[in-house]
Design a binder for this molecule. Structure first.
Ligand code: DC
Length: 221
């Protein structure tokens, strides 16, 4: 089993880098953030309170969830767009801080990789909790203002200030929670993507893998 863990805060470039790596290495890709968003979506859809830990945990355990490359299906409903919407985005940190929800999703993530003999997984706790023995752990960062700029570009209906404030709030919640907080694994390679283009980041990460083609500069990290 070959597992590549890509962790880091929102807007650090994780999704773009993880997708490109998966494609180049012929591995499958899993966006674990989409799983926390899907649980949040299911809780809101059922009329439940995302802060109610028992409700969220029960839904996480019983829900039917398919996270594909471009589509997320929750109990047979296409939730691809709604999981990125403002309601889910506002409530997801609360659900992601729920230890019982995390334990359920971590099991599903391990099972996903086991069935595929590995993969590229992106999230916050992949290298620290889900796969502490991953073959490669990458922790992506970028300046908060650059991360907010990237996110503001993705969500056209929100202005920069709103995105920046929300990002800072989620960073704080994700970093300070007890269960699976956002933190660099001691053995992760940290790449600051501020001012770097994605191809450059992907080449740099590929160069860290034994036996892979070297990046344009020919040197790791
Ligand atoms: O990457 P994203 O913005 O889609 O993540 C949504 C939320 O889920 C965010 O608050 C962080 C949380 N998350 C997490 O706690 N652990 C993961 N492995 C992935 C995401």
């Amino acid at each position: 089993m070959r597992v590549i863990a890509i962790d880091g805060p929102a807007g650090s470039g994780k999704s773009t880098v993880a997708r490109a790596l998966a494609r180049q290495l012929g591995l499958q890709y899993l966006d674990t953030g989409a799983m926390y968003r899907a649980v949040t979506f299911a809780v809101l859809r059922s009329g439940g309170d995302p802060c109610d830990t028992e409700t969220a945990a029960g839904i996480a355990r019983s829900m039917d969830l398919e996270v594909g490359l471009d589509q997320v299906i929750v109990d047979g409903v296409d939730a691809t767009l709604e999981i990125r919407g403002p309601e889910v985005t506002r409530a997801v940190s609360e659900v992601a801080a729920n230890a019982a929800v995390r334990s359920e999703l971590v099991s599903r993530q391990r099972e996903w990789a086991r069935q595929r003999d590995g993969g590229v997984l992106e999230g916050r706790d992949i290298g620290t909790v889900v796969f502490p023995d991953a073959d490669l752990k990458v922790y992506l960062t970028a300046d908060p203002s650059e991360r907010a700029k990237r996110r503001a570009k993705e969500v056209s209906d929100l202005d920069y200030e709103t995105v920046a404030t929300d990002l800072a709030r989620r960073d704080a919640l994700d970093s300070n929670r007890k269960a699976g907080p956002l933190v660099e694994a001691g053995d992760a390679v940290v790449v600051d993507t501020t001012g770097l283009d994605i191809d450059g980041v992907v080449a740099r990460v590929l160069a860290l893998l034994p036996g892979e083609t070297r990046g344009p500069d020919g040197v790791p990290g």
